[in-house]
Design a binder for this molecule. Structure first.
Ligand code: KG4
Ligand code: ZN
Length: 345
């Protein structure tokens, strides 16, 4: 008789989504719940850390309850608890980590600490049902833009990343300049469909420096500001743009970001000589980026995986990477602490 699969409760609270999932050690998803805080942060055009932490606190137990209910499981039926403990907002991380440690202690279950960024790549493994390692991993999210050499689920080497804003952060800030709602990525990608990507000639950092596996989006952001206001004028909100101008600015900005992401990912594939590409993170939901990466990978003869749209933005299903860590015996102690800062791997 086949052995019953092990059930992992995975928790995610690194930024502004409170999420829980039940995944099995054969990578079946039994339930997944995501409570988004978008509405709470919209009026500030960005995530307010204190508001995010309080909202996590209110939601974490109802979200776990609902996840167990959907999976038809009791607390005792869980075999392992996993939680994203790095990187993210300190107050947000603390809520998930405290909840996970408490569950592990009270029910005497093993605890696994997950790197949120590695989880974004693992979403490709889970969704494809295929072995994806070794691969080049591109994580494009609100807080990070990282290129990795992923030798194995437990062996990620950072090849390069952004030296200033993350891609998603640039989308969010440019959307605010254009009077579009938070989060800016979906709004910009929608409105770009009506715009001309060549209407404005925006900078593409380090593109000529082919070997440099880094990104910079802060100059691009400033270029968009000047395109709106003209040099010298400070208040972007005071400028009235036509809807066509907004669409052209959005499309031209998006194209510049996509050009950089595609070029540097291509360079990473060449440098590493790896034949598989995995892409995850909120910005990976962008249709233009998805199709450009697909064409690039196909032109190189590389197998590519992009997380399905629902697994691009933050969720707990991607915490399934804990299954690999559990198998390797990499358990976390009950003294587990959060690691908010930028991780170098
Ligand atoms: O991975 P994620 O949910 O959270 C972090 O870990 O940061 O990513 C959120 C980011 C936001 O900046 C949001 O604007 C961006 O992903 N995003 C998009 C799209 N959907 C979400 N950016 C571009 N195009 C999209 N369709
Ligand atoms: Zn994320």
């Amino acid at each position: 008789m086949a052995r019953p699969s092990l059930k992992f409760l995975t928790l995610e609270s690194t930024c502004d989504e409170t999420a829980a999932a039940i995944v099995t050690d054969d990578l079946q998803v039994l339930a997944s719940v995501v409570a988004s805080q978008e509405k709470l942060h919209r009026q500030y055009n960005g995530v307010v850390p204190e508001i995010a932490a309080r909202a996590h606190l209110e939601r974490v137990l109802p979200v776990i309850d609902e996840t167990l209910r959907r999976a038809g499981l009791t607390w005792e039926a869980i075999d392992c608890v996993a939680v994203a403990h790095t990187p993210g907002l300190v107050g947000s991380l603390l809520v998930g980590v405290s909840a996970a440690k408490t569950i592990a202690f009270v029910f005497d279950k093993p605890l696994v600490a997950v790197n949120h960024l590695h989880g974004h790549i693992y979403a490709c493994r889970l969704a494809s049902g295929m072995e994806v390692f070794p691969c080049v991993g591109l994580v494009v999210s609100g807080g990070h833009t990282h290129l990795y050499r992923c030798a194995a689920p437990s062996d990620f080497e950072l090849l390069g990343g952004t030296i200033d804003d993350a891609a998603g952060e640039a989308f969010d800030k440019v959307a605010t300049m254009l009077g579009l709602p938070f989060p800016g990525g979906p709004a910009i990608s929608r409105i770009s469909n009506d715009g001309d990507p060549n209407a404005y000639s925006f900078p593409r950092s380090f593109l000529k420096d082919a070997d440099r596996l880094e990104f910079s989006f802060s100059g691009l952001k400033t270029a968009v500001r000047y395109a709106i206001t003209g040099p010298g004028k400070k208040d972007v909100q005071a400028v009235k743009l036509s809807s066509q101008q907004v669409a052209d600015l959005a499309a031209s900005f998006q194209e510049a970001v996509v050009d950089c992401l595609v070029a540097k990912t291509k360079a990473a594939l060449k440098v590493t000589n790896l034949k598989t590409l995995c892409v995850g993170g909120g910005v990976a939901a962008n249709p233009r980026l998805r199709s450009r990466l697909a064409s690039m990978a196909e032109s190189l003869g590389v197998t590519w995986h992009i997380a399905p749209v629902e697994l691009c933005t933050d969720n707990a299903v991607m915490g399934a990477i804990a299954v690999e860590q559990f198998r390797a015996g990499a358990l976390a102690p009950l003294e587990l602490d959060v690691r908010p800062g930028l991780v170098r791997n």
